[in-house]
Write a protein that binds this ligand. Structure first.
Ligand code: CDP
Length: 223
């Protein structure tokens, strides 16, 4: 049973806002565990693609999420025993992840797995609903945003670095569609949690964003 007294920092935000990089660095700095909740939706999507699960069969999609045989080892993510760290970053996988993430039974199937990441000495969790649904009592909640242009550029660099092909026009369109889907769904829509600090990183480096989150975290602790 995850301990409710273990500190949690939630970092939510739209696609390609840089929250993954910021969350990982904050976790590293504090010696905390890190939950990339988006990776769980991406892993479910990859498993669905690999097994040819019919996309209109909600029950089968929820089962795929419930029986996700995944594990994390540092920056490496495994599905069954295959290292899929790169494969899950493909845009095709991200787009399907965003579609199946709108299904409440899929979200429910991943609920307990996400809670289990709350381990000593603490957790930094990044996603869309970390502060609103999964860890609503987190000690620090951050909502990280950036302009569509800054996000498209970051995603472009990320994809090229991973050896995928990409073009800015398609990416900007993808981002806008993903934003609309994530924000307008009825189950756990993307929005800032109550009490979340807003951080617009359009004109910030990742290090500046990390420093700001660490300052906020230091201020949450009693002297
Ligand atoms: O990398 P990017 O920010 O585009 O996406 P991600 O964080 O890897 O998440 C992939 C998809 O999973 C998102 O587009 C969301 O629709 C969904 N997701 C979610 O619904 N709830 C979360 N806590 C995390 C991700």
């Amino acid at each position: 049973m995850p301990n409710p007294h273990i500190p949690v920092i939630t970092i939510d935000g739209p696609t390609a806002s840089g929250k993954g990089t910021v969350a990982q660095r904050v976790a590293q700095h504090l010696g905390f565990h890190y939950l990339d909740s988006g990776a769980l939706y991406r892993l479910t999507a990859l498993s669905v693609i690999r097994r040819d699960t019919p996309l209109d069969d909600e029950h089968a999609l929820a089962k795929a999420a419930e029986h996700l045989h995944c594990h994390f080892n540092g920056a490496h993510i495994f599905l069954a025993n295959e290292d899929v760290s790169n494969a899950i970053r493909a845009e095709e996988v991200g787009n399907l992840a965003s579609k199946i993430a709108a299904i409440p039974t899929v979200r429910q199937a991943l609920f307990g797995l996400q809670l289990s990441f709350r381990q000593h000495p603490g957790l930094v969790a990044d996603g869309r609903d970390m502060g609103t649904v999964i860890f609503p009592h987190a000690g620090l909640k951050v909502f990280l945003t950036a302009s569509v242009e800054a996000r498209a550029e970051r995603r472009y660099k990320q994809l090229i670095d991973k050896g995928f092909s990409a073009n800015m026009e398609d990416l900007s369109k993808d981002l806008a569609e993903r934003d609309a889907r994530d924000s307008n769904r009825s189950s756990a829509p993307l929005k800032a949690a109550e009490g979340a600090y807003l951080l617009d990183t359009s004109a910030m480096t990742a290090d500046q964003a990390v420093e700001q989150v660490l300052r906020w975290y230091a201020a949450t602790k009693p002297i």
